[in-house]
Design a protein around this ligand. Structure first.
Ligand code: GLC
Length: 755
């Protein structure tokens, strides 16, 4: 029976227990440290000098060539960790010195930014998020860990769990998107991939939830900028993915650069000591970001390096990355009675606990495997994940997949054949020679003689029109045009904010010029962020968003173009029509004057104040170009028969919500079925939609599946103005949908007292 759109719910009264409001449950305990391990930690601690303790709390870049000065420092116990750079042999030698030639033989821990792959590069995290496939994301992380481990790396500064709702921010590329549920599920999958079933097993490395916390809310999308996040929003949205990582057993966190409500994240007692340690009972260690401790001075939060060290230590930042304020100033802070030495012991304990869990005390120096060719399973996962990350934004007249009868294809645009751009930001150790570009992959499918390849521009930022004529000529002599657009890798990532989101350089001009050839046009966009291309979207019959797809991006794109893979990706972040709409995200509040579809734009010449006084723009539709969760397929999915197991839910109870999803088109394909809810009335206003669950299904043509979700009243909880996680009684809407603005909607009522 179809539920009428807005079923009238019968009020359901329950004598509920007295409203007792609880904080969110603490995370599951981290992997236990054996009693032997804990005893060894206490024994070491009892024998360590203050200098050696501060050494464990100090991390530096692995110096090129491992100079004698560094070897001597390692012998003295000056460093607890080295990171990035350093060959496998140099790491092995550094570890041998630490284990055999230092006074206490405490092993180093080698860290590295293994952000979306190591030698095999997977799609950038934002692209991986578009797959909505936690298992494949976990497998990619597992392969990344295996490859990094083989090079002597024991710790990755990943997953990046920053909620990103501003595409101007360059690090949106490294994020898992705008939604706390999706980001939490995928971030936890990465943690499980890196850390494996056992942290001390070969191939497992420590994961690191970063940048704790709120970094992605940088004002203006400008990196390192100030963040203002009210505590209820901080807990409900920005902390949520970190809590998911905690519950997945992550053993380290990294504090961010950002000023959070006036207290920089790397000196923030509330977030580190109260939330992370006391509420979540985290017992791993916390590392600062790169000089983020001495940056407390620039923030105007510390008077000098000594003050910065004191504030970071009091906040509970255990290890200092690159800057040396702990080493330089902790002794005098202790001597002057301003710093409790117990805080030092606590930090050292946390660091030694992770080194113990990693088995570093029991492992001979790092294994050194000569880097052979990339393993077949690594390339297969890279190809599959790249294919699942592709989002089909438009496919007019079934322009894609290309018909077998296609004789000749024009491949145009510099990003069609640019390995270093294709792998995206933070691909430090990617095997550049293994990268397969779209141009090469398409030529492999069709044969070189059927592909007219013209760059048209030298780079994505090129403003010269010199290559336009040959591009247009190639289009004229082909049956269909594949235009590769987007932004080169260096335009995204850390410190690379953009004030405009349009295609850089003369790419739009190139599109308009090539369109004159009058051939069917398909855009493949490679980028590290949502871009705006509204003005040229109509020129294309199909638009495929490929992010920066990694080593196997070329074959994955070719698979989609020729139909060997059917796009199933869904947007993990809202695409604005123009940068003027930013920030724009699906789980927004309704406001007191919500616009309606009739308020889309204002026709020229309309009389003065013609419009409703509602929350909209005069010069652009208030809706996004493409909403969160959106993505087309070569087939078509039909949603029907929404069923709720009940319309009256008791507090602490739940309900089952299901719908039939049918593949009514010609291709077998994957579909991400999404579950959203809305709390219609709350003691604080609630978003118009919130993602609560999702399920990937794969259906053959004609196949139908009933997709069922279990929803408990705890899933409906939010943080009220007294900072308590609470579920309030009242009416709720629930959708089963294929994106954040459509779907089948039902209504249910939660009875009883708030809990
Ligand atoms: C960088 C980044 C951080 C990275 C660290 C080490 O500045 O903010 O994400 O892990 O330094 O490279």
């Amino acid at each position: 029976m179809r539920i009428p759109q807005l079923a009238v719910a019968v009020l359901f009264l329950l004598i509920a227990s007295a409203a007792s409001v609880q904080a969110q449950p603490p995370g599951v305990p981290a992997p236990p440290t054996s009693a032997v391990g804990e005893r060894r930690i206490e024994d070491l601690l009892g024998r360590m000098t203050l200098e050696e303790k501060l050494g464990q709390m100090s991390q530096t870049l692995f110096p090129k060539g491992l100079p004698d000065k560094t070897k001597d420092e390692i012998r003295q116990g000056r460093w607890g960790s080295l990171f990035n750079l350093g060959t496998p042999d140099e790491k092995a030698e550094a570890q041998r010195i630490a284990r055999k030639e230092s006074r206490l033989g405490i092993p180093l821990i080698f860290g590295q930014d293994v952000i979306h792959g190591y030698r095999t590069v997977f799609p950038i995290p934002l692209g991986q998020a578009a797959s909505w496939d936690p298992e494949l994301v976990r497998r990619a992380a597992r392969i990344s860990a295996r490859e990094a481990y083989a090079d002597g790396i024991q710790w990755t500064f990943s997953p990046m769990l920053d909620i990103a709702r501003d595409p101007r921010w360059g690090r949106v590329a490294e994020s898992l998107g705008e939604d706390p549920h999706l980001c939490g599920v995928l971030g936890a999958a990465m943690v499980r991939g890196y850390q494996g079933d056992s942290l001390d097993a070969p191939g497992s490395i420590a994961a690191c939830g970063k940048h704790y916390v709120g970094y992605g809310a940088a004002e203006g999308g400008r990196d390192y900028n100030t963040t203002w996040i009210p505590q209820n929003l901080l807990r409900e949205v920005y902390l949520k993915p970190f809590q998911s990582a905690r519950e997945a057993g992550v053993v380290t966190f990294m504090t961010g650069f950002n000023d959070l409500n006036g207290v920089p994240a790397s000196g923030n007692v509330f977030t580190v000591r109260q939330v992370l340690r006391d509420e979540w009972r985290f017992d791993g260690f916390v590392v600062s970001d790169y000089t983020s401790i001495t940056e407390l001075i620039e923030h105007g939060y510390a008077a000098d390096a000594k003050d910065a060290a004191l504030k970071a230590l009091r906040a509970g930042v255990d290890m200092e990355m690159v800057s040396t304020s702990y080493h330089d100033h902790a002794p005098s802070l202790i001597g002057s009675g301003r710093l409790d030495p117990k805080l030092i012991d606590e930090s050292v304990r946390n660091i030694l606990r992770v080194k113990t869990r990693l088995g570093l005390f029991d492992r001979e120096t790092s294994p050194v495997n000569p880097a052979g060719p990339l393993a077949p399973d690594a390339l297969d996962v890279a190809r599959s994940l790249a294919a699942e990350s592709l989002v089909l934004l438009k496919n007019q007249g079934r322009a894609l997949p290309l018909a077998q009868s296609t004789v000749k294809v024009a491949v145009i645009g510099p990003l069609a054949d640019s390995p270093e751009d294709q792998v995206g930001t933070w691909a430090l150790n990617g095997d550049r020679y293994a990268v397969r570009t779209p141009r090469a992959a398409i030529q492999q499918v069709l044969g070189p003689e059927r592909v007219a390849w013209v760059s048209g521009l030298k780079t994505s930022r090129d403003t010269s029109r010199d290559g336009f004529a040959s591009a247009t000529e190639a289009a004229r002599n082909s049956d269909v045009v594949l235009l590769f657009l987007g932004e080169e890798a260096i335009l995204s990532g850390e410190a690379h904010a953009r004030a405009f989101l349009n295609l850089p350089g003369a790419q739009e001009d190139l599109v308009n010029e090539v369109a004159k050839a009058g051939k069917p046009m398909i855009a493949v966009i490679l980028a590290g962020r949502p871009l705006t291309f509204h003005s040229i979207a109509s020129k294309f019959d199909a638009i495929l968003y490929a992010w920066h797809p990694g080593t196997m991006g070329g074959p994955a794109i070719a698979d989609a173009i020729f139909g060997a893979a059917v796009p199933s990706g869904k947007l993990p972040i809202t695409f604005p029509r123009t940068v003027g709409q930013v920030p724009i995200y699906y789980s927004h509040k309704n406001t007191g004057r919500p616009p309606s579809p009739r308020d889309l734009g204002i026709p020229l010449g309309t009389a003065l104040n013609p419009t409703g006084f509602v929350s909209q723009y005069l010069d652009v539709d208030f809706t996004p170009e493409y909403p969160f969760g959106f993505g087309l397929s070569y087939t078509r999915f039909e949603y029907s028969n929404l069923q709720l197991s009940t319309r009256q839910v008791v507090m602490n109870g739940g309900l089952t919500v299901s719908a039939d999803v049918a593949n009514v088109g010609p291709y077998e394909a994957g579909e991400v079925v999404q579950l959203y809810t809305r709390d219609l009335v709350g003691s604080t206003t609630r978003p118009v939609r919130e993602l609560k669950s999702f399920r990937r299904v794969r259906l053959k043509p004609g196949q139908k599946e009933t997709v069922e979700f279990r929803l408990s009243t705890r899933d409906l909880a939010f943080v009220n103005d007294r900072m308590q996680w609470i579920t309030e009684p009242g009416r709720f809407h629930v959708w089963i949908a294929s994106d954040a603005v459509s779907g089948l909607v039902g209504e249910f009522e939660v009875g009883g007292e708030a809990r």
